[in-house]
Design a protein around this ligand. Structure first.
Ligand SMILES: Cc1ncc(COP(=O)(O)O)c(C=O)c1O
Length: 411
């Protein structure tokens, strides 16, 4: 592992030097969205200042430049996840849209009455609600893989859950609440043995650790650029070529057609354009490529090692706090950089507000995983989540404030 110069990395993120409520910002809400380096911010403003033009439409220089940069950014994403080709990498708005696209195109075509869809109890709403909707429409069943109290998938009876009627297994790679890293490859192999396809929600994995779609042999992979230093409003759907080829389009309009006439049905464009109707978000796609450059410059392996170090440090300290209860596994070796917890006597919202007074940004609430949080007999939890620019000093600042707030609320 390369020793990272975290202070130098931090200096690339202008927001990290701002103050909040008179205190230095300590940003520990990275699972919600990450901060952006200068190179990404500059890419967006330079694009509008110097190159703005629509893609795939013009023969003039600006349009050609725009198109090339847009497609080059797609190539960078394809390389990051080791997609066999850029044509199987589709730009969407975010992870939620990517999952909806699969549910309502692939699902619409392939899920029939009596089939089942397998998910896990630790899914984000984005990977529950679209499946519930298509299941309702198709009279299919939603099944859940069993999970232990410390947030790990249990494999004992998995053969009874993923069966010959299972059409798709859709699961999160890393839980945004529990930090659990699911054994994706093992589940993919089990699902493929039953001829089911697998969608991996990689919103919390691709930004933090190496993810290789070819090695995983996964059918669909979804993630959001705003969670990996890129802009908001842009996400990715990776799909296996044969599946994408067979799927009907999701939206209809410009760019996704090959031929249109007054009389006949239109013919669809080839991949990836079949799924990119209308003017795409090219400014942010190009900036996404710059975000990938930035990640590669640090090294995704190095990012992962750094986050593990910070998580291990924070977990080891928090596990010794008497009134703090951490959701998920206490074993920090098999966790992503997400720690959700609650205090016996302080409501998470009070804790979040008191920390904000000290400049510390954390997430509080149900984390878009209401059924999961409720399964722990709580209505809300607090969550800290890390990225490569977080430091041990920031964890200490958080722990110190936690202690102060505890003293204030419980005296
Ligand atoms: C695991 C997981 N899946 C899906 C999403 C949804 O991502 P987006 O809001 O970018 O669509 C999130 C966002 O927090 C997430 O953490």
């Amino acid at each position: 592992m390369k020793k990272l110069d975290i202070q130098k990395i931090r200096s690339d993120f202008p927001i990290l030097s701002r103050k909040v409520n008179g205190n230095k910002l300590v940003y520990l809400d990275n699972a919600a969205t990450t901060q952006k380096p200068n190179s990404v911010i500059d890419s967006i403003s330079n694009f509008y200042k110097t190159s703005n033009s629509n893609v795939h439409r013009g023969v003039h220089t600006l349009s050609i430049e725009s198109t090339e940069n847009y497609e080059f950014a797609r190539e960078k994403i394809a390389k990051l996840i080791n997609s066999p080709s850029p044509e199987t990498v589709i730009w969407t708005r975010n992870t939620s849209e990517s999952i909806n696209l699969v549910a309502f195109t692939w699902g619409e075509k392939n899920i029939m009455s009596g089939d089942n869809i397998v998910i896990t109890p630790m899914e984000h709403h984005s990977n529950i609600v679209p499946w519930q909707q298509i299941a309702k429409k198709k009279n299919a069943e939603i099944r859940y893989l069993p999970m232990s109290n410390d947030g790990k998938i249990e494999f004992n009876n998995i053969g009874k859950i993923i069966d010959s009627k299972t059409k798709i297994v859709a699961l999160t790679h890393v839980s945004n609440v529990l930090g659990t890293i699911n054994p994706a490859k093992k589940i993919i192999d089990i699902a493929h043995d039953k001829n089911a396809v697998v969608l991996l929600d990689a919103a919390q994995s691709v930004p933090h650790m190496p993810v290789d779609v070819s090695d995983l042999d996964v059918d669909f992979l979804t993630f959001s650029l705003h969670k990996m230093m890129g802009p908001t409003g842009i996400g990715i759907l990776y799909g296996r070529k044969q599946l994408l080829d067979e799927m009907p389009p999701y939206m209809f309009g410009g760019d996704m057609i090959l031929e249109v006439s007054y009389e006949k049905d239109a013919k669809w464009n080839s991949l990836p354009y079949k799924f990119e109707a209308g003017t795409p978000n090219f400014a942010d796609a190009i900036a996404s490529g710059v975000a990938v450059d930035y990640l590669n410059q640090i090294g995704i392996d190095n990012i992962w090692q750094h986050e593990k170090l910070i998580t291990e440090y924070a977990m080891s300290k928090m596990l010794s706090l008497k009134k703090i209860h951490i959701l998920g596994s206490p074993d920090f070796k098999d966790r992503g950089g997400v720690i959700s917890f609650y205090h016996e006597d302080i409501h998470p919202h009070d804790l979040g507000t008191a920390l904000d007074q000290r400049g510390i940004a954390i997430r509080t609430g149900h984390h878009c995983a209401m059924p999961l949080v409720r399964s722990y007999d709580i209505v809300a939890a607090a969550r800290i989540s890390f990225y490569v620019y977080n430091t041990i000093d920031e964890v200490d600042a958080f722990l110190y404030s936690l202690e102060q707030i505890e003293g204030y609320f419980t005296k």
